[in-house]
Ligand binder design. Structure first.
Ligand SMILES: *[C@@H]1O[C@H](CO)[C@@H](O)[C@H](O)[C@H]1NC(C)=O
Ligand SMILES: *[C@@H]1O[C@H](CO)[C@@H](O)[C@H](O)[C@H]1NC(C)=O
Ligand SMILES: *[C@@H]1O[C@H](CO)[C@@H](O)[C@H](O)[C@H]1NC(C)=O
Ligand SMILES: *[C@@H]1O[C@H](CO)[C@@H](O)[C@H](O)[C@H]1NC(C)=O
Ligand SMILES: *[C@@H]1O[C@H](CO)[C@@H](O)[C@H](O)[C@H]1NC(C)=O
Length: 390
C-alpha cells in the first residue's frame, strides 16, 4: 500500500512541474448558457467538468431557447409556458452572473428566437400559438413588438394547429426559414427593407413534421437540411436565390437514424435538434428512440456529389436530447448535449475536426439530478432543454 501511493505522489509531483504549459495550451474555460423548466443557468466548463456560475429560478417558466446580443450584454429568453419575452443583463459575460432586466408580452408558446443580420430585429417562432413575432431590439432596453404574423395553410394529417418550431437566418442574412411542424411546410420570411413578410411556403410530404434545420454553404452554393420530428426524416435541399425569391430543390430524404440503427420504438421516436459544423458535418439528436439511451446521428455532406450520407451514431448519454450545439472554437471541437431525462443532463462530446466523428466516450457529463430546479425533483423530463456556449 505504502509504495504505490508514494510512487503515485512522486509521479504527480513531477507532472505538476511539467504541467503549466500543457495546461495553458489544453485548458480552455468555456461559458455555457443552459435553459430548462423553471430556470436559466450559466456554467463554466473547464474541459472536464461543468460548474454552475449563475442562475435565475422562476417556478412555472420554460426558458427553452435564448439569444445573446453581445454588443449590449443582453440575453433574450423565451418562456414557452407564457407569452412573455424576458430580458436579462450580464455585467460581464465572463463572470457568468446575470440579472433580470425586463419582460414584454408577445405571442404565447415561443420556442425559438433569431436575430436579423444587424441584430436590430428579433423573430420569435411561437409553436404554441401558430404565430411569428417580430421585435424591434435596436435600442438597449425593452423590445418593442413590431408585428405578429399568423401562420396559415393546410394542416398535416392528425394535426390541430400550425407549429412554427424554429427561425433561422440564411447565410445571405436576408431570409429567415421557419419549419412548421403542424403544417408540413417551410416558411420563408423576407427581412429586406424591414418587410418581414412570408414570401414563400415549401410543402413537405404529409406527416413530415419539420422541426429544426440548418444551412450548408459550398462555394457559391447554399443548401438547407431539416430534421423532421414526426417522421424522423432528414431532408436536404439545394437553395436557389432568384432575385427576390428563394427556391428549394429537394435532393434527398432519409431516416435520421440511418439504415443500420433504427429506433427501438418507432412510435415514440421524435428527431430533435440539428447542429452543423464546417459546412459538412450534420448532427441530429434522435429523441425517445426507446433504446437504453437516446442518440446523436452524424451525417456527412459531400459537396462534390451534393449528397448527405449517414456516418455513425453515438449515445447522448441520456434521454430526450432536446438541444445539441457546437463549441465556438475554430475547430468546433466539442458538441454539447442537453438531455431532459436519463442519467446525464449535460454532456460534452469530443468531435474530430477532420472526419466529424463524435467520440462515444464523453469528455464530461453532469448528472441530471444536479441540473433540475428546486421543487421539480419528482417530475419527469425536467432536465436541460437548451445549451449553448457564449
Ligand atoms: C475542472 O474543475 C474540476 C472541479 O473543480 C477539477 O477537479 C478539475 O481538475 C478541473 N479540470 C481542469 C482541467 O482544470
Ligand atoms: C428571474 O426571472 C424572472 C423572469 O423570468 C423575473 O420575473 C424574476 O424577477 C427574476 N428573478 C430574479 C431574482 O432576478
Ligand atoms: C436501438 O434499438 C434497436 C432495436 O433494438 C436496434 O436495432 C438499434 O441498433 C439500437 N440503436 C442503437 C444506436 O444501438
Ligand atoms: C412506444 O412508444 C409509444 C408512444 O410513446 C408507447 O405508447 C409504447 O408503449 C412504446 N412501446 C414500448 C414497447 O415501449
Ligand atoms: C472533392 O473533390 C476534390 C477535387 O477533386 C477532392 O480534392 C476532394 O477530396 C473531394 N472531396 C470529397 C469529400 O470527396
Amino acid at each position: 500500500m505504502m509504495l504505490p501511493s508514494l510512487i503515485t505522489l512522486l509521479t504527480l509531483g513531477s507532472m505538476a512541474t511539467a504541467a503549466p504549459t500543457a495546461r495553458a495550451r489544453d485548458v480552455v474555460s468555456r461559458r455555457l448558457l443552459i435553459g430548462g423548466p423553471s430556470q436559466i443557468l450559466t456554467a463554466n466548463f473547464n474541459g472536464s467538468s461543468f460548474e454552475i456560475t449563475g442562475k435565475n429560478v422562476t417556478a412555472g417558466t420554460a426558458p427553452s431557447w435564448m439569444r445573446l446580443k453581445a454588443s449590449t450584454n443582453t440575453l433574450y429568453a423565451v418562456d414557452e409556458n407564457s407569452n412573455s419575452l424576458n430580458q436579462f443583463k450580464f455585467d460581464d459575460i465572463t463572470s457568468g452572473e446575470f440579472a433580470y432586466a425586463s419582460s414584454v408580452t408577445g405571442s404565447s408558446g415561443v420556442v425559438f428566437l433569431e436575430f436579423n443580420k444587424d441584430k436590430t430585429r428579433l423573430v420569435g417562432a411561437a409553436y404554441g400559438s401558430a404565430m411569428i413575432d417580430v421585435w424591434d431590439v435596436s435600442a438597449d432596453g425593452a423590445p418593442k413588438l413590431l408585428k405578429q404574423i399568423k401562420v396559415e395553410g393546410p394542416l398535416g394529417p392528425n394535426q390541430q394547429a400550425h407549429h412554427p418550431h424554429q427561425a433561422l437566418l440564411d447565410p445571405t442574412g436576408r431570409f429567415i426559414i421557419l419549419p412548421d411542424l403542424g403544417g408540413d411546410q417551410l416558411l420563408v420570411l423576407d427581412t429586406k427593407d424591414d418587410k418581414y413578410e412570408i414570401t414563400e411556403t415549401i410543402t413537405l410530404f404529409p406527416g413530415a413534421g419539420p422541426r429544426h434545420g440548418g444551412f450548408i454553404t459550398s462555394g457559391d452554393k447554399t443548401f438547407y437540411t431539416v430534421a423532421c420530428e414526426l417522421s424522423n426524416k432528414v431532408i436536404l435541399y439545394g437553395l436557389d436565390y432568384t432575385g427576390d425569391g428563394l427556391a428549394f430543390k429537394e435532393i434527398s430524404t432519409q431516416s435520421t437514424y440511418g439504415a443500420q440503427f433504427p429506433p427501438a420504438n418507432a412510435t415514440s421516436a421524435a428527431a430533435g435538434a440539428v447542429a452543423i459544423a464546417n459546412n459538412k458535418d450534420v448532427y441530429i439528436s434522435n429523441r425517445l428512440s426507446g433504446n437504453e439511451t437516446d442518440s446523436i446521428a452524424h451525417f456527412v455532406f459531400n459537396a462534390n456529389t451534393t449528397s448527405l450520407t449517414f456516418s455513425n451514431t453515438v449515445s447522448s448519454h441520456g434521454i430526450l436530447p432536446r438541444d445539441i450545439s457546437l463549441s465556438i472554437d475554430e475547430d468546433q471541437s466539442l458538441l454539447f448535449v442537453a438531455n431532459q431525462a436519463g442519467d446525464n443532463g449535460l454532456v460534452a462530446l469530443r468531435r474530430c475536426p477532420v472526419s466529424g466523428k463524435l467520440d462515444a466516450n464523453p469528455v464530461a457529463t453532469k448528472p441530471f439530478t444536479e441540473l433540475i430546479a428546486l421543487g421539480l425533483e419528482n417530475e419527469p423530463n425536467v432536465g436541460p432543454q437548451f445549451v449553448q456556449e457564449i
